[in-house]
Design a protein around this ligand. Structure first.
Ligand code: IPM
Ligand code: MG
Length: 360
């Protein structure tokens, strides 16, 4: 393949994925037309739609295209029609496989309260206004990938399910460094979340994080058990700057953090491998109940594009301008999930509003 600019692989996926990715593409087209970025885009299959067409949730072709690209922008995977498939063919396996194959161990999930939306949060406005939290979730290890795993027949003929939560020191160290680096560039505070009062894997996690902390004298490190962290996030979310945690705990806490900002429809994420490759996706799922109705919120996808511009394409200015355009668009129009008393606009109208605010 010969090409001049950068290359983005688009993986719309299932459910509302295609609708929200279409709005991110609208933004890409605008930026390209305005001469702000030089990118080429290709489409690929992942998740249930890939299973429908090729019989597997992550076709080889998609993986190869992802490896050739500078960045991947994904929509969402999953849907009730796929829940009865054998595990290896379920849509989620496509997502887990691409994370593993590309070595995307660092998952950045920022939760930002946009001023016009503070009243939409599940918490009181004063608890969340100005919130700026970054969850750094380990993404290629822990109980999600640990072996052995399975369902076996135990004594007495009863079935038992088992998984293994395992972290090697180097896996803990590299995610800790990503989090410390981020904290150093932000508010200088890092909270590591574990369950060290019960789990050996967490005891080691804490030990390694402490060791890495010596290289970052400017960052204030604290530790919380995950149950307490969940409570503190709801009690006083603004006490946090950066949080670092394992795969499973990060999965849970990032959904919780989403509700602090008003809607999970607003949360972007970046999954990075430390060598520049990145997969960008909204934190929300495929929302099959509202798919195809043009009522989904495309802002998480558009904010994921902003992260892509910043982290994989080295374009911090358009990224920041796009984030400001999202804030400006929110002051004008809302999709149904955050409408409050206002009339809701469609997915496409929200995308149009962002483009207008960017241009204006
Ligand atoms: C997420 C999702 C995924 C995860 C699922 C779809 C496999 O919940 O990205 O948070 O658990 O990592
Ligand atoms: Mg999740």
């Amino acid at each position: 393949m010969t090409r001049s600019g950068k290359h983005i692989l688009l993986l719309p996926g299932d459910g509302i994925g295609p609708e929200v990715v279409a709005e991110a593409v609208k933004v890409i087209d605008y930026l390209r037309g305005a001469g702000e970025i030089a990118v080429e885009c290709d489409y690929g299959l992942i998740g249930g739609s890939a299973c429908d067409e090729c019989g597997v949730p992550l076709p080889d072709e998609t993986l190869k295209a992802a490896r050739r690209s500078d960045a991947v922008l994904m929509g969402a995977v999953g849907g009730p029609q796929y829940e009865r498939l054998p595990r290896e063919r379920r849509p989620e396996q496509g997502l887990l496989a691409i994370r593993r194959e590309l070595g995307l161990f660092a998952n950045l999930r920022p939760a930002l309260s946009f001023a016009p939306l503070a009243a939409c949060s599940a918490l009181k406005e004063e608890k969340v206004s100005g919130l700026d939290l970054l969850i750094v979730r380990e993404l290629t290890g822990g109980v999600y990938f640990g072996e052995p795993r399975g369902i076996r027949t135990a004594s007495g003929g009863l079935r038992e399910g088992y998984n293994t939560m395992v972290y090697r020191e180097d896996e803990i160290e590299r995610i800790a460094r990503v989090a410390f680096d981020a904290a150093q560039k932000r508010g200088g505070k890092l909270c590591s979340v574990d369950k060290a009062n019960v789990l050996e894997v967490s005891e080691l996690w804490r030990d390694v994080v402490e060791r890495v902390a010596r290289d970052y004298p400017g960052v204030r490190l604290s530790h919380l058990y995950v149950d307490n962290a969940a409570m503190q996030l709801v009690r006083e979310p603004k006490q946090f700057d950066v949080m670092v945690t394992s795969n499973l705990f990060g999965d849970i806490l990032s959904d919780l953090a989403a509700m602090l900002t008003g809607s999970i429809g607003l949360l972007p994420s970046a999954s990075l491998n430390g060598a520049g490759a990145g997969l960008y996706e909204p934190v929300h799922g495929s929302a099959p109940d509202i798919a195809g109705r043009q009522i989904a919120n495309p802002l998480a996808a558009i904010l994921s594009l902003a992260m892509l511009l910043r982290h994989s394409l080295g374009l911090p200015e358009p990224a920041a301008r796009l984030e400001r355009a999202v804030a400006a668009a929110l002051a004008r129009v809302r999709t149904a999930d955050i409408a409050g008393g206002l009339a809701a606009v469609s997915t496409a109208q929200m995308g149009d509003a962002v483009v207008e605010c960017y241009a204006g």
